[in-house]
Design a protein. Structure first.
Length: 242
């Protein structure tokens, strides 16, 4: 009886593991969405935020290596991912050191953009659409949200007073950066967070550069929907017609 129960438990765990291996994009999407729900309950520079960030990076690296199984991809993923983990820990310890935060934001942005490109290559590689490739459409979108959020974080460090919240000019928290990135990429515009609208010459350059980055993200969101979603829908229709 106990042997049967143990075997059933192992079989169940094996099925779960097989599902995770078959759908790495789904795991990545779930991890990203879980982060959105958990981040508000963590301190801005506390241990909880660090653990969640490192867990997200681990899932990100696994997804990249799963959808691109070449040795060069693994080497590049490790090369970009290892410094990001170190910088995440350094930022947790020295949260008030500006240059560490700036380098960390830049490294995170590069790693997330690289992941988005890897997922796009994965989706465009086949002439048919698998279930994981459909999940990759959502995962790529959330990865781009993270990438631009870190980009905004780097912008506000080198160009202070770039953003405002409800008319108040101040540095944005990580969750506010994520919210700004989400509303911009989705094109909803339902945010009280925006590039600074002040006419002061001291902050005009930073505000204009922030607007430039926001414009690039808007164009990215439009092109993503037009190119990626349309292509996958077209391939899905062709599959059903056959």
């Amino acid at each position: 009886m106990f042997t049967y129960a143990g075997a059933a438990g192992r079989n169940r765990l094996q099925r779960w593991w097989d599902a995770i291996r078959e759908h790495p994009s789904g795991v990545l999407l779930a991890a990203q969405l879980l982060g959105i729900l958990v981040f508000p309950f963590t301190d801005e520079a506390g241990a909880g935020r660090t653990v969640i960030s490192i867990f997200g990076l681990f899932v990100l690296a696994v997804a990249v290596m799963a959808v691109n199984r070449t040795p060069s991809t693994r080497v590049l993923a490790y090369t970009l991912g290892a410094p990001v983990v170190v910088l995440t820990l350094a930022e947790a310890v020295w949260s008030d050191v500006a240059w560490i935060s700036f380098v960390s934001n830049c490294a995170h942005a590069v790693f997330y953009f690289y992941t988005a490109v890897s997922l796009l290559r994965y989706m465009f590689a086949d002439a048919w659409v698998s279930r994981d490739e459909l999940l990759a459409t959502g995962a790529t979108f959330t990865v781009l949200v993270w990438a631009f959020a870190y980009t905004y974080g780097a912008v506000q460090i080198i160009l202070p007073d770039s953003f405002s919240v409800g008319g108040e000019i101040r540095p944005l928290s990580w969750f506010e950066l994520l919210f700004l990135s989400t509303t911009t990429l989705t094109g909803t515009g339902l945010s009280d967070i925006a590039p600074n609208t002040s006419d002061s010459p001291d902050v005009r350059a930073g505000a204009n550069f922030a607007r430039s980055v926001v414009m690039l993200q808007m164009l990215t969101g439009m092109n993503y929907v037009a190119l990626v979603i349309a292509r996958l829908l077209g391939l899905t229709l062709i599959k059903f017609r056959r």
